[in-house]
Design a protein around this ligand. Structure first.
Ligand SMILES: C[S@@+](CC[C@H](N)C(=O)[O-])C[C@H]1O[C@@H](n2cnc3c(N)ncnc32)[C@H](O)[C@@H]1O
Length: 253
């Protein structure tokens, strides 16, 4: 099942795009629950065409480096099957392939899957409910999507279910720098400048959501504890680039 290219045309959760507010992510208060799922999917559908360009510009290409570190940190032997979750346009799948691994991908947004250039087999799915048998994969990567999920603990449990014993996970997301000076600069950059770059090249509201969405993430100690409870007893957390990004890795017991 996993080896076939399978992009479904059904919107996730069976809800039609026309049945909801088209810019559900353009709100002051952060959406919650099912409203958040719909807002996130619509937002990524909208920004998919320019997603890679804006990413490279707003991170000064640091995102490329962060993904490579995430793939290296998996430390899996060549030929291992790795599921890239919330794969977006396929950047991590490209790096996984270059590292000699066999990537498969899943994402909620049809627009992002359609813009995928990796050639990896892909499915449209909510990564909280993966259509994958227990212990089916050697590893999982997930880049910059944790803060978009409605239930992080359920997601970590799902990782514990699909990764085989001895398999590895490597998860990246935006971070909050601990150093007050770096945090101050980071807040101004992502709060004021990035939304302007987004408005010029893509969608300003989507890039206003980005810094706000970090508030959904628990602190690092709590995330590590959640991963340990999900079966990744050796889970660790690391800050990259002064804490602009965070990386969590672990091995399935
Ligand atoms: C910021 S992008 C990251 C894309 C890619 N991983 C990268 O490194 O560039 C976040 C992605 O998460 C996806 N996503 C968010 N919530 C999801 C969910 N519940 N299930 C599957 N994909 C989801 C979005 O559609 C989007 O493609």
């Amino acid at each position: 099942m996993l080896s076939h290219r399978a992009v479904s045309t059904e919107p996730a959760h069976g809800r039609s795009l026309s049945g909801v507010n088209r810019r559900a992510w353009d709100t002051e208060a952060l959406p919650q629950g099912e409203e958040k799922v719909v807002a996130v999917r619509q937002m990524f559908d909208a920004i998919a065409p320019r997603y890679d360009l804006v990413n490279r510009i707003m991170t000064f290409r640091l995102d490329v480096r962060w993904r490579r570190i995430a793939v290296r940190s998996l430390a899996l032997p060549s030929g291992s099957t790795v599921l890239d979750l919330a794969s977006g346009t396929g950047d991590l799948c490209i790096d996984l392939g270059r590292a000699g691994l066999r990537p498969l991908s899943a994402d909620l947004s049809f627009g992002m899957l359609a813009a995928d250039r990796s050639g990896a087999p892909r499915i449209q799915a909510d990564i909280l409910r993966l259509p994958v048998p227990d212990g089916a994969v050697d590893g999982v990567t997930c880049g910059f999507a944790l803060r978009n999920l409605v239930d992080l603990s359920a997601f970590f449990d799902e990782l514990g279910r699909v990764v085989r014993p001895g398999g590895r996970i490597s998860l990246l997301d935006v971070g909050i720098p601990h150093n007050p000076l770096i945090r101050f600069g980071n807040d101004i950059y992502f709060g004021r400048i990035v939304p302007r770059i987004g408005a010029m090249l893509s969608d300003g509201a989507a890039y206003r959501y980005l810094p706000k969405s970090v508030a959904y993430l628990p602190d690092r100690a709590e995330m590590v504890a959640m991963l340990q409870r999900a079966g990744f007893a050796d889970a660790t957390h690391r800050q990259l680039s002064g804490g602009l990004t965070q990386l969590m890795v672990g091995t399935r017991r």
